[in-house]
Design a protein around this ligand. Structure first.
Ligand SMILES: Cc1cc2ncn([C@H]3O[C@H](COP(=O)(O)O)[C@@H](O)[C@H]3O)c2cc1C
Ligand SMILES: O=C(O)c1cccnc1
Length: 349
């Protein structure tokens, strides 16, 4: 029987050679700061020095609805999820503008939106819903978000999508999220992974006030209590506390790490799923860089647990992949510096 793919580390020899090249550039030692470190990470992921410029970047937005959204945890109604999916298809969302500016390909997939998109033309609807697992996910404080079979199907779907993008030439993958209420399951997954109470992880999402924040905190604590000891297992955590879209995102990020393709992480959902991927296969996080710091406490806590320092800190709290895509020019800057700067030994001084 073939073994399931597992995660190997980025190339230590490419990392060492890249660090040597960085130290030998015609710049004062350390002058490139974190751009230098980022270039070294990229070279280690690619296994080549200098690293190739990152031209082929792909964002996949995993969309889904969340039963918990009917329980007062978001500032917006669930109908926005489907409306935003249509906006991604039109190329008019926040992340669409950023992706256009930075040459990032965007694909949106419905893993669990609570509607059937009957108004879309057949080709668009077929592509959008090809990996759909269910309509909406269970309200995590009251019932499991998914069945075990649905969790497996969603993890496999995300992995298949990552492999399609890699086969099409992706040099770097980004995950995006769309789903009203999704910061609640994402916070619960971080609380489960880090062993923290809701009060330490929960944030304001789309901009909820004090009252809704108290409701959201209570919901996450109730969900953690309901899941109990199952939170010790990352796949069980997805079944109890996640959703179809979050499980697919986890499978996508894990497959990127297994196949040795680097990832720029986005906000809370992306990072909660990255943490879960790293719990499933420890070492996966070595393939991830943090695009930005979101305003959600759980995102910062999960990044710290994975040892990742965000490239940008702009007060962004959008999701969709926006913070990762905004960091793409930083990544390209790092690659350009390690590729195109002369060596001090070549100066002839
Ligand atoms: C118009 C609009 C566009 C968005 N794009 C991303 N989100 C983000 O906000 C939601 C999560 O926050 P919460 O858990 O508070 O609902 C998700 O849909 C996420 O993708 C949006 C939210 C709205 C309203
Ligand atoms: O951190 C995020 O990515 C985030 C925050 C609020 C709403 N949606 C996403």
């Amino acid at each position: 029987m073939p073994c399931a793919p597992s995660v190997s580390a980025p190339s230590a020899s490419a990392r060492d050679r890249a660090a040597e090249r960085l130290a030998a550039l015609a710049t004062p030692p350390g002058a490139l700061g974190r751009l230098g470190d980022l270039g070294v990470w990229l070279a280690a992921c690619q296994g080549q020095v200098p690293p190739a410029q990152v031209d082929n970047l792909r964002l996949v937005i995993f969309a889904g609805d969340h039963g918990v959204a009917a329980h007062g945890v978001s500032a917006f109604p669930p109908e926005i999820t489907g409306a935003m999916v249509r906006t991604f298809l039109l190329g008019k969302a926040g992340v669409s503008a950023l992706a256009k500016a930075h040459g990032v390909a965007v694909r949106v997939l419905d893993l669990g939106v609570d509607e059937d998109f009957a108004d879309l033309d057949e080709q668009t609807r077929t592509a959008l819903t090809a990996y759909k697992v269910r309509r909406g996910s269970g309200a995590l404080h009251l019932e499991d978000a998914l069945t075990a079979e649905q969790t497996r199907a969603a993890l496999d779907a995300g992995a298949a999508v990552a492999r399609e993008e890699i086969a099409a030439g992706a040099q770097l993958l980004v995950s995006g999220d769309m789903g009203i209420g999704n910061t609640t399951p994402a916070s619960a997954m971080v609380a489960a992974g880090l062993g923290l109470p809701a009060s330490e992880v929960v944030g304001r999402g789309t901009g909820i006030g004090e009252q809704a924040l108290a409701v959201k905190t209570g919901v996450v604590d109730a969900a953690l209590a309901r899941a109990g000891a199952r939170t010790a297992d990352p796949v069980e955590t997805l079944t109890a506390l996640g959703s179809a879209d979050l499980a697919a995102t986890t499978g996508y990020l894990l497959a990127a790490a297994q196949d040795g393709v680097p990832v720029l992480l986005d906000g809370l959902v992306s990072v909660a799923c990255a943490l879960t991927a790293d719990r499933i296969e420890p070492g996966a996080a070595a393939w991830f860089a943090a695009g930005h710091r979101s305003t959600e406490p759980a995102q910062s806590l999960a990044l710290a647990k994975m040892g990742l320092e965000p490239l940008l800190d702009l007060g962004l709290r959008l999701g969709e992949g926006s913070g990762a895509v905004a960091a793409v020019p930083v990544l390209r800057s790092a690659a350009a510096l390690l590729r195109d700067v002369a060596l001090l030994s070549e100066l002839g001084a």
